[in-house]
Design a binder for this molecule. Structure first.
Ligand SMILES: *[C@@H]1O[C@H](CO)[C@@H](O)[C@H](O)[C@H]1NC(C)=O
Length: 248
């Protein structure tokens, strides 16, 4: 079952005396199957569900005495009920996205980076980050000379991006030894076979970018040198002119 909120979360915070009182509303679309969408609106106050609207029931329900009195009024008001029907229709417009896009796994984009840590026994931490993947299940491991590294490895949870996709970061603390081959292995439902990202090897596209950048820099240097030479020539030329006049 997929649950998500397409609507902004409504929050109200009351500060009264020593404690803060927190009320919030949650509007959700729940997709059970392509033709079963439930729209839910729920109002919480200090974490307690006071009441809400459930599109399956087609009415508001209250869970406290006060809320019950309140929803009785709402349920008699066709304007409110009509508004909730419109919200259910809005939920339905997202069904295709929920079931077509997310029925297929979405490949992570993997990046390797390093961070320096002062005062640690290991001067370097390598970071293997996977971004924007779906579904949540993923395996990120480190290989040192082809063998899986288990020590000095830490990882975050799969963190929700808030847009259906996830990201994860795995850290390897190490003192690099010369010639050691380090890579990050990623296993995900979107891959036929596990993918290995080698540390230190620069992907083709990055290499092209570097080549373009380097030639740009070289060209800039050539023009700068030409500019400096021409400037110096002109300057010495101008100085020579008045100097040569008294000699004439
Ligand atoms: C919405 O109402 C249906 C039907 O009564 C019920 O099965 C479902 O659990 C309700 N959903 C929530 C989140 O209360």
């Amino acid at each position: 079952m997929l649950t998500c909120s397409f609507f902004p979360l409504l929050c109200i915070l009351f500060i009264s005396g020593a404690e803060a009182l927190f009320g919030y509303g949650l509007l959700r679309c729940q997709f059970t199957s392509p033709d079963d969408v439930v729209y839910l609106a729920q109002i919480f106050y200090n974490k307690v569900l006071l009441g809400g609207y459930n599109s399956t029931e087609g009415k508001y329900t209250g869970y406290t005495k006060k809320a019950k009195e309140f929803v009785d009024v709402l349920n008699k008001n066709p304007t409110f009920l009509k508004e909730e029907k419109i919200n259910l229709e809005k939920c339905k417009t997202h069904t295709a996205f929920a079931f077509e896009v997310l029925s297929k796994p979405v490949e992570p984009s993997v990046r390797l980076s390093s961070v320096k840590v002062a005062g640690s026994k290991h001067p370097n931490i390598l970071v293997c980050s996977a971004y924007s993947f779906y579904p949540k299940q993923i395996n990120v491991t480190w290989l040192r000379n082809g063998k899986e590294a288990t020590s000095d490895v830490t990882s975050t949870e799969e963190l929700p991006d808030g847009n259906w996709f996830y990201q994860i970061h795995s850290y390897l603390e190490l003192t690099p030894t010369f010639g050691e081959k380090i890579s990050c292995k990623v296993e995900h439902a979107s891959f036929q076979t596990p993918r290995i990202y080698e540390w230190g090897s620069i992907p083709e596209s990055e290499r092209n970018k570097i080549a373009v950048g380097a030639s740009g820099l070289l060209l800039g240097l050539v023009f700068m040198c030409a500019g400096i030479i021409s400037y110096l020539k002109n300057r010495t030329g101008r100085i020579l002119v008045p100097q040569s006049q008294p000699a004439m």
